[in-house]
Design a protein around this ligand. Structure first.
Ligand SMILES: NC(=O)c1ccc[n+]([C@@H]2O[C@H](COP(=O)([O-])OP(=O)(O)OC[C@H]3O[C@@H](n4cnc5c(N)ncnc54)[C@H](OP(=O)(O)O)[C@@H]3O)[C@@H](O)[C@H]2O)c1
Length: 264
């Protein structure tokens, strides 16, 4: 595409999960960077997205979508085709977890967790990549849970391991395009996550979210890591340690340690 035509295209940031927590904070910090003409805020709660849009200086468009729904993903693809934006940022922050073991988390919650955390994230990435070019940024919100298997957060941790592996291999596929993908792997963060995680039959299987960080700290570290072209943003010393532990300590020892920590 020639440079003049490219200038006519709006520079857009797309942030999923923008109604709350990390997604909301990504929208705020991308807004402050003043590198895009428009921010698309994606989540299910229209009212919350409207409130977020009002907080931002950059024009922001609420895009109400349930990312577990193929029809809603198709609508986002259509929106991309209609507006043909120059997507500078894609942040996939929509996601949730549940505390509990295989007997206490409902089949519906398990399906929805896999659909949103894995399929929705991949669908959004594949839908958006054709609109990205050199210098564009992708941040996939995984979790430090990606580094180790976690009983009583089993399916959640497995979905995040998927996100980490997917993002690492995607980076390889994107080599030479100038598009940088980073997997964000934080430990606990103070967001709406805990409330949702406890709404299950085993909601108190994890007693406390020890050492929870502020979303603003995690997001600024993630954006810096992406700018530095890092594959993984750990965002805290604890997550860094877990990353190392996941590589060198046998899983049975890690899981025994987690079984103690989750009861504290
Ligand atoms: N908080 C932590 O301790 C922590 C640690 C590591 C990783 N993470 C990850 O961080 C990401 C963001 O979570 P958070 O901590 O910011 O929690 P949060 O405050 O609960 O935010 C979750 C976001 O996902 C959106 N969402 C949920 N279901 C959706 C669906 N079906 N379709 C579209 N959007 C949906 C929610 O919006 P609506 O309800 O409006 O749809 C909300 O904006 C998640 O992937 C989570 O796994 C969190």
């Amino acid at each position: 595409m020639d440079t003049e035509a490219q200038h006519l295209r709006k520079r857009v940031a797309i942030v999923t999960g923008a109604s709350s927590g990390l997604g909301l904070e990504f929208a705020r910090q991308i807004d402050r960077l003043q590198q895009v003409d428009e921010i698309w805020l994606v989540a299910r709660k229209a009212d919350a997205l409207d409130d977020v849009a009002k907080q931002l200086d950059t024009p922001a468009i609420p895009v109400v979508a349930d990312l577990t729904s193929k029809a809603d993903i198709a609508a986002i693809k259509q929106r991309l085709a209609d507006f043909d934006p120059d997507v500078r940022y894609l942040v996939n922050a929509a996601g949730f977890g549940k505390f509990g073991d295989w007997q206490t988390i409902s089949d519906e919650a398990v399906d929805s967790m896999i659909d949103l955390n894995c399929r929705g994230l991949v669908d959004m990435t594949h839908a958006t990549l054709p609109y990205m070019s050199r210098g564009a940024h992708i941040v996939q919100v995984a979790s430090a849970a990606a580094f180790v298997p976690l009983p009583h957060m089993n399916v959640y941790a497995a979905t995040k391991a998927f996100v980490l592996r997917y993002t690492r291999a995607l980076r390889w596929e994107l080599h030479g395009t100038g598009i940088t993908a980073t997997a964000l792997c934080p430990t606990w963060v103070k967001t709406g996550f805990e409330k949702v995680a406890r709404e299950s039959g085993g909601g108190h299987d994890v007693r406390h979210l020890l050492g929870a960080q502020k979303a603003s700290t995690v997001v600024s570290r993630a954006l810096t890591a992406n700018k530095l072209h890092l594959a993984v943003a750990t965002a805290s010393p604890q997550s860094c340690a877990l990353r190392l532990i996941g590589k060198v300590v046998p899983n049975c020892i890690t899981m025994a340690g987690w079984d103690i920590i989750r009861r504290i």
